[in-house]
Design a protein around this ligand. Structure first.
Ligand code: GDP
Ligand code: ZN
Length: 429
């Protein structure tokens, strides 16, 4: 096919056997051998190509007319269009990339910010694979040991359950837990967080919004493809880039709070990484305040007791049952804002440090599979530690853990998982 599409300028070169990995100048041939463009061709012989298969790439000057003509010629020559993610799928099937790396390619293509791209690059470099490789080896070894004890009880010594459990805990469970714990903070550090200010009218949300921005406004470029709310601004809070949103933009401002059902309000808050609940300490707590506390209960949050310059009408202890940090501030006098910013940053990152360059962070999908893997592994470990639990049950849990791990590293991954990963690709990459 390539010989029908490309004629090298150097007549001594055999178009059917171009030198490997060298740029070769020549003519791109369209329909009936008509010259379409002057191009460079490069041949990647198998297996040293992206897909591990034989690849020829043509580099054209581009432009829609030229590309259309080239594409038409390629189709005439017997090529077909790549399916979404097909090149990367072939790379995965050829063993060039594992599933987490293939997923990172899709993330890299979709990345809108430098932070997201950095995250994807770490995944592509195999950051996650480096952590999960030893986990898979430990799980496989343990599964084999337990199998052997079941199949050949007379030939193997008594299964050393507790020792095996300890090994699994150190080699598999702890690393899995670290990756999962890192997801939220890693994402927040690299991609920033959405912080939603909420509270009944007049507690001082807009004042606090402006006061926080006045001190911490972050200089950021608008993200391509997102429409930015007029009242969404970025601020650096505790080192984290936060997109601050006043609930005015969420339709929770005067009157609307009651009008909206609780479910709707929850839904609007659902996108938030953190709710900054604003309360007025200068006036008694109202039913509306309680309602706001109620609808934010399932979200990570920081309680702000505003108007600390006024006589407190109630005490912070009243919020003891809320299970969230409470800070006294005065938006009007810009006091307590630094402590508030620190508390927001700490709540968002869980106090964990910024990931090192190259440190991989799991995607949501990967984290869910790894949580399930850890749960199965915990059951297996508990089984190994309890002499009355049959080895068959431990074996089942280990197999379950391996299956969930496979959804991330792609070893023996079910078709549906692989499809879900490659469905994320929208171009023939
Ligand atoms: P929102 O409706 O929650 O956005 O509240 P606003 O920011 O519009 O503030 C409502 C009123 O509270 C305004 O009159 C503000 O000047 C006042 N206010 C806001 N913050 C403070 C504060 O820290 N101390 C005092 N004394 N008044 C404040
Ligand atoms: Zn307001």
């Amino acid at each position: 096919m390539a010989t029908r599409l490309f004629a090298p300028r150097d007549p001594r070169l055999d178009p059917a056997a171009l030198p490997p990995r060298r740029l070769v100048l020549g003519r791109a041939l369209g329909s009936q051998g008509r010259e379409v463009d002057q191009v460079l061709a490069v041949r990647f012989p198998a297996p040293r190509s992206y897909t591990t298969q034989e690849v020829v790439e043509l580099q054209s000057h581009g432009g829609p007319a030229v590309l259309r003509a080239l594409l038409a010629a390629a189709l005439e020559a017997g090529c077909r269009l790549a399916r979404p993610g097909e090149f990367t799928l072939r790379a995965y099937l050829g063993g060039r990339l594992d599933l987490s790396q293939a997923e990172a390619v899709a993330q890299l293509i979709a990345a809108q910010s430098e932070g997201e791209a950095g995250l994807a690059l770490a995944g592509l470099a195999g950051g996650l694979s480096q952590v999960l490789g030893p986990v898979r080896r430990a799980l496989t070894l343990a599964a084999a040991t337990v199998e052997a004890a079941i199949d050949f009880p007379e030939e193997t010594n008594e299964l050393a359950g507790p020792a095996l459990a300890e090994e699994l805990r150190a080699q598999a469970l702890e690393p899995l837990r670290r990756v999962v714990a890192r997801r939220q903070s890693g994402r927040v550090w690299r991609e920033g967080a959405l912080v939603v200010l909420c509270g009944r009218p007049n507690v001082g949300k807009s004042s606090l919004f402006n006061a926080l921005l006045g001190q911490n406004r972050a200089i950021v470029t608008p993200t391509a493809g997102t429409t930015r709310d007029a009242i969404e601004e970025s601020a650096l809070l505790g080192g984290v880039v936060c997109r601050l949103t006043d609930t005015a933009g969420l339709g929770l401002e005067p009157g609307e709070l009651e009008a909206l059902g609780r479910a709707a309000a929850r839904e609007r808050l659902g996108r938030a990484d953190l709710a900054l609940v604003v309360l007025d300490q200068g006036a008694p707590l109202t039913g509306e305040d309680r309602h706001v506390l109620d609808i934010t209960r399932d979200i990570s949050r920081v309680l702000t007791l505003n108007k600390s310059d006024l006589m407190p009408a109630w005490q912070a202890e009243e919020l003891a049952g809320e299970g969230a940090p409470a800070l006294r501030v005065s938006a009007k006098h810009s006091s307590g804002l630094e402590e508030l910013a620190e508390a927001v940053g700490a709540a968002l990152t869980g106090g964990q440090p910024e990931p090192a360059p190259g440190e991989a962070v799991a995607s949501q999908r990967q984290a869910e599979a790894l949580v399930a893997c850890a749960a199965a592994l915990e059951r297996a470990i508990a089984g190994l530690e309890a002499p009355e639990v049959a080895a068959e049950l431990v074996s089942l849990d280990l197999a379950g853990a391996l299956a969930r791990l496979g959804e991330v590293d792609g070893v023996d991954a079910p078709e549906a998982v692989i499809e879900a990963v490659f469905d994320q690709f929208c171009v023939g990459k």
